[in-house]
Design a protein around this ligand. Structure first.
Ligand code: FE
Length: 525
């Protein structure tokens, strides 16, 4: 394919500077940009590590919350450099990329020819000018290798208004290879609303979104800029490569394919979604394969880490049938509980089935919505309660998911999800009517970085665990999980924050679980 980011130096004209003469040049490119304000306010990031390649990202925004991030609408060449050491004495590669106005002046460099399972350091700079901090990344192990271990953190659901991102500061200091960011990187709600239950916020508002609910491309870009300004989030990006998915709030609460939660016309929602997904691409360290085409992103993809683990990054939103009507969701919604209703869509289901045929020690299903059945009724209530936005609303799809695993006689499937703002470890029972039946797979739900704030920390899990015998833990604390994946065992550690409502929160280990590859069962460590 054509590399749309490559450009010919001879196309460049000699510009006089950022402010002034650039408009005279028909090539709309600044050869020697100069900024009166620091342009790298949003930091840097790396992502999607392969054995020989990683994505390096930055975005120019000298005035991050102003129109166009304070940028003139011209392309700007940005230099990048990658080395084996933080002092750049062992330089490996360098090059130049264009920050284009079409992509919100973001830069995505897919560095090739790197060594597997290596730590690298990178930075961006403008010719004769400003430079980014030095950041760290790491490539995946070689395809034919037998790695001893891989340590992956799960993080997501980071409502800006509901809490500080202190958990990311702690995560940045963990001994890890990469982060799977399952989604809800931004929230779409208006400033000062705190979200409420509708968009994953809380009554607690610790800081405000700028602007109203986001609809236009510029709105989404500005919202990402506001989030990227967070120093704790930047610290995590600067320390570790991220593998990024999206969930609902990157676009709109509870969206499903072309169904908008309040029933906006599909044609209108398609336009909004296209803009949201463009901004998602622009603002995260993902590959060219994830550039939106005709308003859609090919989000589902696989990442292999030697023979140790295959990470199946799934898309639980783009191909989903509409949510089933229930007590919470009355309209618009799907009235018939048909077996065919799908979360992945037929093509992704087939892709997943093919990808599960492999010699890997582990299969990690990196997804968003939780698959397990559950009953979250309040104490004393006579009726079961669940959300139609996760797999409870798609029992036929769950049945097919389980068959995909049992047909292949797999015992090594670990589902890693987020989106419900709580830590859960649970078995996926073979029989949906008997939750103590033999498990088909295990599932770890990772709690939120900040969404729901500190509002539910007094929540008692005992009653929930009695109703849900397949769950080992169910805790409403903010935090993240760490998956230490080895040849002979998978260890999941749940980390919980004491508070996110003010800066300086501490993190502690909440629980630790072990899974062995020959049996789909969670053991206490
Ligand atoms: Fe969320």
């Amino acid at each position: 394919m054509t590399d749309i980011f490559a450009f010919n130096r001879r196309q460049m004209l000699v510009g006089a500077g950022f402010m002034g003469l650039s408009a005279l040049y028909p090539a709309r490119l600044l050869a020697t940009p100069r900024f009166s304000l620091y342009p790298f306010t949003l930091g840097v990031a790396s992502g999607d590590p392969w054995p020989d390649s990683v994505v390096l990202w930055t975005r120019l925004a000298p005035e991050p919350l102003a129109e166009h991030g304070g940028m003139e609408m011209v392309a700007v060449p940005v230099q990048w450099e990658i080395a084996e050491d933080a002092a750049f004495t062992k330089a490996v590669q360098k090059g130049e990329a264009l920050a284009r106005p079409e992509l919100g002046h973001s830069v995505h460099v897919e560095v090739q020819g790197l060594k597997p399972a290596r730590e690298y350091f990178y930075r961006f700079f403008i010719a004769n000018g400003d430079a980014t901090p030095v950041a760290r990344t790491r490539t995946a192990p070689a395809h034919n290798s037998r790695p001893d271990r891989l340590r992956v953190a799960l993080a997501g659901c980071q409502h800006y208004e509901a809490g500080y991102f202190t958990a990311y500061r702690h995560l940045s200091n963990e001994d890890l290879d990469c982060v799977y960011m399952y989604g809800d990187y931004i929230y779409e709600g208006a400033g000062g609303r705190g979200g409420g239950s509708e968009s994953g916020g809380s009554r607690q508002i610790v800081r405000n979104h700028v602007g109203g609910e986001i609809y236009s491309l510029d709105d989404y870009r500005r919202r990402y800029a506001q989030y990227h300004l967070d120093a704790d989030l930047q610290a995590a990006h600067h320390a570790l490569p991220f593998i990024c998915a999206f969930d609902d709030h990157e676009v709109d609460n509870d969206w499903a394919d072309l169904h908008e939660e309040n029933g906006a016309p599909a044609q209108l929602f398609a336009m909004r979604r296209a803009m949201a997904l463009q901004a998602w691409y622009e603002n995260l360290p993902v590959r060219q394969a994830q550039i939106p085409m005709e308003g859609r992103v090919q989000m589902y993809r696989r990442l292999d880490f030697g023979n140790l683990v295959r990470m199946h990054v799934t898309d639980n939103r783009s191909h989903r049938d509409q949510q089933l009507c229930d007590a919470r969701k009355k309209t618009p919604c799907r009235t018939a509980d048909t077996e065919a209703a799908s979360v992945f869509g037929a093509r992704q289901e087939a892709w997943l089935g093919e990808g599960l045929v492999n010699p890997m020690r582990w299969n990690m299903m990196a997804q968003q919505a939780m698959v397990m059945p559950y009953d979250l009724r309040k104490e004393g209530a006579s009726e079961p309660w669940s959300s139609s936005d996760d797999w409870m609303g798609y029992p036929g799809a769950r049945k097919r998911y389980k068959a995909m695993i049992t047909d292949r006689k797999l015992t090594n499937v670990v589902i890693a999800c987020g989106n419900s703002h709580r830590h859960i470890a649970a078995h996926i029972p073979s029989d949906d009517a008997d939750w103590t039946s033999k498990p088909v797979a295990v599932e770890f739900m990772s709690s939120s970085i900040s969404s729901s704030g500190d509002s539910d920390t007094n929540w008692r899990s005992d009653a929930t665990l009695r109703l849900n015998p397949h769950q080992m833990i169910h805790e409403m604390r903010r935090g993240y999980t760490i998956h230490d994946i080895r040849q002979d065992r998978w260890t999941t550690t749940m980390k919980a924050m004491d508070h996110v409502g003010r800066p300086g929160g501490n993190v502690r280990e909440l629980a630790k679980f072990v899974v062995l590859p020959h049996e789909a069962r969670i053991n206490r460590a």
